[in-house]
Design a protein around this ligand. Sequence first.
Ligand code: ZN
Length: 204
Amino acid sequence: MLEELKTNNRDWAAGKVAVDPGFFKRLEGQQAPKYLWIGCSDSRVPANEIVGLDPGELFVHRNVANLAPPQDANYLSVLQFSVEVLKVEHILVVGHYGCGGVAAAVDGKRRGLVDHWLHPIREVHTCHKHELESITDDRARADRLVELNVIRQVKNVVSDIFVQDAWARGQTLNVHGWVYSLANGLVTDLGVTVSGPDGVGKLP
Ligand code: ZN
């Protein structure tokens, strides 16, 4: 079972050591990533690969539709650990066009538990109903909701007390909103970077 994956793993590990014999030994001792990635679970959005980072360089949290819900213990644990212990300098909230989670939030179908998980996206949709309804093309409207969701999650991150406290301590911490395109593999920076408490109120 899964022989192909095990073979891939052995080849991958051997390839790493061939280029850098101390690679795994070094990582075993300590991880010091500068970045936290908050992205979607979608299998087409492989965080490290997209930004060309090796193991040890990117702390990753993924869930359906890249949410940062202020009551989610999993996300909050990741956020606190990465900010207070790893002291990451950048938090990347990364959505992706064509996100099935974002689409499912507003298609009116019932799927069960995930409908509750996606509730924050319906709130985003309600907040921006006027703008979204003015977009006649279905795909363009869905893509805009993906962007608005990223901006909403950036707001959640920057208003969190772990982030606020880090800035109060004088820690360097920048929070960014990006969207990845499945069609061409490129990320778009939405230009909503916040680098301190002053920027929180300026988000669209
Ligand atoms: Zn997705």
